[in-house]
Design a protein around this ligand. Sequence first.
Ligand SMILES: Cc1cc2nc3c(=O)[nH]c(=O)nc-3n(C[C@H](O)[C@H](O)[C@H](O)COP(=O)(O)O)c2cc1C
Length: 228
Amino acid sequence: MDITQAIKERKSIRAFKPDPVKLELLKKIIKQAQRAPSWANTQPWEFAVVTGKKLKVIQEACVQRGAQDMQNSQSEVARPYDFPEPYISRIKKLQASESRGRTREMTKEDFEARFADNARHYGAPACIYLLVGKNFIYQDEGVNAWSMYDCGSVVQNIMLLAVNYGLGTIAQAMAVVYPDIIRKELGIPEDKLIALGIAIGYPDWDAPINKGTRDREPLDEIAKFYGF
Ligand SMILES: Cc1cc2nc3c(=O)[nH]c(=O)nc-3n(C[C@H](O)[C@H](O)[C@H](O)COP(=O)(O)O)c2cc1C
């Protein structure tokens, strides 16, 4: 598949078919994605790839934990709590686009159901958890941002390669907000940061939640060109 086509087609998938993803295909994707650039070729990424019963246990434990206390995220990745402009407007625009076509306001029950779907990794048959050594990502000055940048590159490679092989993905902060659940189930040691989950599987294209695409800002708002 042409790279521009893969970029155009990639979007976050929030409903998957139950069909399993073959181990060999996941290995191939990760091996190819490893060509991502990284700071001094440090390749700070590691992956824990899970499917089947083990993943189901994690997904349902996350749903249960979320239902007990939605606000109680134990994410090991610093997240924003302050949303200045222009970011807050972009979030609001996204929320407005999501409610379009709905005949009524989102109720508390709708919100809880959406939260549970998110905690369940949208029911994906496989998940690639991204791990980073804490001794590298945490420096005296704070978080080593270059490593996060490197991880973003490899994650994007995974997501584009997935499209190439007929799969869909969603990068999910929500998949790793209860890292103790993942640690316990997979035996991941404390010195690894569980940075992100990439839910992966065959998209359910009939699901309304997978329809449409999310907007991007106009080019002149985000890029300036000099010396042309
Ligand atoms: C680091 C990261 C974390 C994300 N976490 C979540 C998440 O927990 N739940 C979710 O539904 N979407 C999550 N997303 C998906 C974004 O909402 C999505 O990428 C964005 O709205 C743009 O839509 P698109 O991917 O379909 O183009 C995450 C994306 C990134 C890059």
